[in-house]
Design a protein around this ligand. Structure first.
Ligand code: HEC
Ligand code: HEC
Ligand code: HEC
Ligand code: HEC
Ligand code: HEC
Ligand code: HEC
Ligand code: HEC
Length: 312
């Protein structure tokens, strides 16, 4: 009797953990949000006509689940940031007005993220042309998606990957007429023409980041955030093409850092493990419940064997 109760409870815990697991981003079809927000079309029940409807999803609202699973906020669930009222569809109109947390709301003044110097980045960003021209309309999320951001410059050891990741942030807007116009209200200047003076343009854009020429190097920061006006942009070839290249102080400073990180590998691992958000994604809970389940199962089998033996 006692065993059966324990068995029932452990099956219950196991099912909950399976269900919670279904909320992870990988399991998009079973995710309450991603079943709609990760595909081209979505379906819902129309309560007025009592029919199933199928519609096309707004392409800007289709999320990249692979990139999200790799992102720094992968431990979050959607409703850690968005209102839980999004759980119903049609979404309520007033949810559009919901203020979302900014990077600084969560990271500002937090000791665990001190190495990133969020406050200093914010200070630098406020000096940039983007902020000066567009003000609060130009937020951190214009460059950094909270869904998918990865601190590539800090974590990758591949310079080409770092350059590519960084430049895509700029190009996603500077090469996208709609996004650019949304912020500025006018057409985007053609980057190829603007940089016509630079030979081997494509090669350069693969090997150096836009920010190499468009920011002043700030020694204390990994990534300078003060995008300068265009007349202050770097044009002198020798700044890079010389023994004392400025790339050593900017792009290549990561490689040194990478080596240092490797020698203290243990510390970084520990630091990453210490933060768990969204209790529904605690892997230990699942493992614990499986163990309880298996132990009870063993208990019952042993118990039954003894009973059979006793009968004999
Ligand atoms: C039945 C499909 C469906 C489900 C489930 C769904 N959404 Fe949506 N969502 C949409 C569609 C379609 C839109 C586009 C605007 C609209 O039609 O209301 C949208 C828009 C949004 C927006 C943008 C709102 C705006 O206009 O700025 C957010 C944010 C959002 N959904 C979050 C969520 C979250 C979080 C969940 C899960 C808790 C979720 N959605 C579940 C279909 C869905
Ligand atoms: C770490 C916080 C965070 C998490 C987790 C998060 N979002 Fe968002 N989401 C945001 C922010 C911030 C914006 C507004 C982006 C902007 O300002 O351009 C946003 C925007 C959106 C939009 C509007 C389209 C867009 O990309 O701008 C949709 C749709 C959306 N989120 C759905 C989701 C769904 C579905 C999930 C879970 C799978 C999710 N979000 C998880 C912070 C988050
Ligand atoms: C709702 C709160 C919230 C918002 C908004 C938010 N973050 Fe985070 N962020 C976190 C938490 C909590 C973690 C730790 C997650 C973990 O370790 O699994 C984190 C992790 C990170 C990390 C990795 C830190 C590390 O060393 O592991 C970076 C980088 C980061 N966030 C950058 C940003 C940026 C840039 C923005 C704005 C675009 C942003 N975050 C917005 C809460 C937030
Ligand atoms: C104009 C685009 C742009 C804007 C706006 C922007 N950033 Fe960045 N940020 C970048 C680029 C590019 C990188 C380097 C990408 C990488 O991590 O490889 C970066 C890197 C970072 C990093 C990682 C630095 C490190 O030490 O590893 C953090 C944290 C960060 N940004 C926070 C912010 C915050 C907070 C804001 C708003 C106050 C902001 N960013 C606004 C472009 C931008
Ligand atoms: C080798 C240095 C260098 C690199 C790399 C570089 N730029 Fe530039 N950029 C310049 C210079 C110098 C100017 C000023 C050109 C002028 O005014 O004639 C400029 C001008 C610009 C302008 C101003 C356009 C206008 O006329 O309003 C934008 C926007 C711009 N760059 C974006 C980018 C982006 C995005 C990238 C990365 C894909 C990038 N740049 C890479 C040096 C560079
Ligand atoms: C969300 C869109 C967006 C993103 C992302 C973005 N920019 Fe811009 N940028 C603009 C707009 C809009 C302007 C022009 C503002 C105006 O003139 O009205 C601009 C202006 C510039 C200028 C020219 C300033 C001047 O003097 O005219 C440079 C240089 C520049 N951006 C570089 C960058 C770099 C480097 C990145 C990536 C780190 C980047 N931008 C990311 C939208 C963006
Ligand atoms: C921001 C730094 C930077 C600036 C400024 C810069 N370059 Fe480069 N350049 C590079 C890098 C990095 C490469 C790729 C080197 C490599 O790995 O082969 C490169 C490659 C080249 C190449 C091709 C070399 C080859 O091996 O094929 C030529 C030619 C060149 N640059 C000329 C120039 C000229 C001329 C200027 C000034 C108008 C200039 N560069 C400005 C960083 C820069």
């Amino acid at each position: 009797m006692k065993y059966r109760l324990v068995l029932l409870i452990s099956i219950f815990i196991y099912c909950i953990s399976l269900n919670l697991n279904a909320q992870s981003y990988q399991n998009a079809e079973h995710h309450p949000c991603l079943k709609c927000h990760s595909s081209q079309s979505y379906s819902f029940h129309n309560s007025v006509t009592d029919k199933e409807m199928k519609r096309l999803m707004n392409p800007y609202y289709i999320l990249d689940t692979v990139a999200m699973t790799a992102g720094v906020h992968k431990q979050f669930d959607c409703t850690d940031c968005h209102s839980s009222e999004y759980g119903t569809y049609p979404h309520q109109a007033n949810l559009k007005l919901e203020p979302l947390s900014t990077c600084l709301d969560c990271h500002g003044g937090d000791e665990s993220f001190a190495t990133y110097q969020f406050e200093k980045i914010d200070e630098e960003f406020k000096k940039s042309v983007h902020y000066k021209i567009s003000g609060d309309n130009f937020s951190c999320t214009k460059c950094h998606s909270q869904h998918t951001y990865v601190a590539t410059a800090r974590t990758s050891s591949n310079v080409l990957e770092i350059v590519d990741y960084s430049n895509k942030m700029c190009l996603s807007c500077h090469n996208d007429m709609k996004k650019y116009k949304l912020v500025s209200g006018h057409e985007n200047p053609k980057l190829v023409q603007v940089h016509e003076w630079l030979p081997n343009q494509e090669l350069h854009f693969q090997h150096v980041r836009c920010i190499e020429c468009h920011t002043e190097v700030v020694d204390s920061l990994m990534v300078s955030h003060d995008i300068l006006p265009k007349d202050k942009a770097l044009r002198k070839c020798v700044e890079c093409h010389s023994a004392n290249s400025r790339l050593k102080a900017s792009l290549y400073k990561y490689q040194n850092l990478q080596k240092r990180a490797e020698s203290t590998g243990l510390n970084t691992v520990l630091a990453n493990e210490s933060y768990i958000i969204g209790s529904h994604q605690i892997p230990h809970l699942k493992i614990a419940s499986i163990i309880i389940f298996l132990l009870t199962l063993c208990g019952i089998i042993i118990h039954s064997i003894f009973r059979i033996l006793k009968k004999k």
